[in-house]
Unconditional design. Structure first.
Length: 456
């Protein structure tokens, strides 16, 4: 069933039937569209526009008369054989045109429910009824959207005029198709916005509910810091609790910032029957090129960073987590390190992701080693090595792609495939680089990541 016609399409149809009457010389013209509601189970026609408006329809039964079963209209997969003209029919039509028949059409019964006789329904495009009335389908992409009916009483139609009428019918068929596509697009876009609003409201509710337990955890960590002396072995645990709470709070702030931004997508018609929503050329590159940073600010703030001071709390937390898994954790930090240039929050995110992966994929009884202070030209390096399952060679070229997990997707360990994509994105923004080696050079398994950042 066709969707309701837009105001623009109705105006176009009105201009065309006016053109037929005032310029081409029709006595009366009308446009009918298919409508399944007029006759349940069988497509029928409903009037859309006519000109002159005050003139009584010459073909009154058309508005409510079901179409013959041999002429399906605007079904999902229409049988278009009825509107194809055979060579014999085309020759007959040309003969009829050359004879310039001037007889008036046979009278129609006034009963609006009377079916049209097959001989009075010349559906083939270009066929004339009694040489005075023209009926052409509004056809595009093998779908009939309706009919253009035009009649004159004072003279027969000439070939040039018939060509003009066919052109109008062809144009209206395309316009009706585009109008239906536009209606579909707006309907899908409206549904998309409704779903997006619902999801956003749910996410805002979840974020609001996260704040209370997060605040409680952070307060508990601060209370523990006051109770423990710096020499107590539990002091570092409480300190880590506060630090991770602060990190989670920053991530929540970033999500709230994203949710507060009003969405402004633009979409383009594809000209296809199924209309996917596509970003317009002005909308930029696909989302795969957008920054992945989950930081409070979309722009990094580069500054001088003391690696020793930045890494100390991160390594303490990693050591505690490694001990719980019976993983041997070693760290080597060269003295008198030169400061590097980067964003402190972004670098914490990078190192936390890499160490989390090392803990995640290293089995119990394995080992993790961190070496800080490697030098290469004007860069300083941080190496993280584990004895985990390693990365197959076929996966190493894709591990920094979004949502790519390779063979790990078949395993039992959960994940989203975003961690390394975030790592690479942040490192590039800090004008650094990352190297991966798997298996380790002196082992048959394990993985080594080395992060290089410019010196300040």
């Amino acid at each position: 069933m066709l969707k309701p016609s837009s105001h623009d399409f109705v105006e176009l149809c009105e201009s065309q039937v006016t053109l037929l009457t005032q310029v081409i010389g029709a006595s009366w013209s009308a446009i009918y569209l298919t409508d399944n509601q007029l006759a349940p189970g069988q497509p029928a026609l409903r009037p859309l526009v006519s000109y002159p408006h005050h003139a009584p329809p010459i073909w009154e039964p058309l508005a409510s008369t079901p179409l013959p079963e041999t002429a399906p209209m605007a079904t999902s997969q229409p049988d278009m054989s009825w509107c194809k003209t055979s060579p014999a029919q085309e020759q007959h039509r040309k003969s009829a045109v050359s004879e310039q028949i001037t007889a008036t059409p046979p009278p129609l019964e006034s009963n609006a429910n009377t079916k049209l006789a097959p001989q009075l329904m010349p559906w083939e495009e270009g066929t004339l009824w009694g040489r005075r009335q023209v009926m052409l389908p509004l056809l595009h992409n093998d779908i009939v959207f309706g009919l253009l009916v035009s009649r004159r009483t004072d003279r027969p139609w000439h070939d040039v005029e018939l060509t003009q009428v066919r052109t109008i019918a062809h144009t209206l068929g395309i316009a009706c198709f585009m109008d239906q596509q536009s209606q579909q697009m707006h309907q899908e876009l409206h549904q998309f916005h409704q779903q997006n609003t619902t999801q956003q409201e749910r996410l805002e509710l979840i974020l609001h509910q996260l704040r209370s337990p997060l605040t409680a955890l952070r307060t508990l960590g601060k209370l523990l810091l006051k109770r423990f002396s710096p020499s107590d072995r539990n002091y570092s645990v409480a300190e880590s609790l506060v630090r991770q709470s602060d990190r989670l709070q920053l991530l929540i702030q970033q999500l709230e910032t994203v949710l507060a931004q009003p969405p402004a997508p633009t979409y383009a018609l594809t000209g296809q029957q199924s209309l996917p929503l596509l970003p317009s050329p002005d909308a930029g590159e696909p989302s795969s090129s957008a920054p992945l940073s989950l930081l409070p600010s979309a722009t990094l703030n580069p500054s001088e960073i003391d690696l020793t001071e930045l890494l100390r709390p991160i390594l303490v937390t990693t050591a505690e987590m490694a001990a719980q898994k019976d993983i041997q954790f070693t760290q080597l930090c060269y003295p008198d390190l030169l400061p590097i240039q980067g964003d402190a929050i972004a670098l914490r995110e990078v190192l936390s992701n890499l160490l989390d992966n090392a803990l995640k994929y290293t089995p119990n009884g394995g080992s993790i080693a961190v070496e800080v202070g490697l030098e290469s030209g004007n860069e300083l390096g941080i190496k993280i090595q584990d004895t985990g399952v390693g990365i197959p060679p076929e996966d190493q070229a894709h591990i920094f792609e979004r949502h790519y997990r390779g063979v790990q997707a078949q395993g039992d360990l959960p994940g989203t495939g975003l961690g390394l994509a975030i790592v690479q994105d942040l490192i590039i923004q800090m004008r650094g680089r990352i190297e991966v080696l798997s298996p380790n050079s002196d082992q048959s398994q394990g993985t080594t990541f080395t992060v290089w950042l410019p010196l300040a």
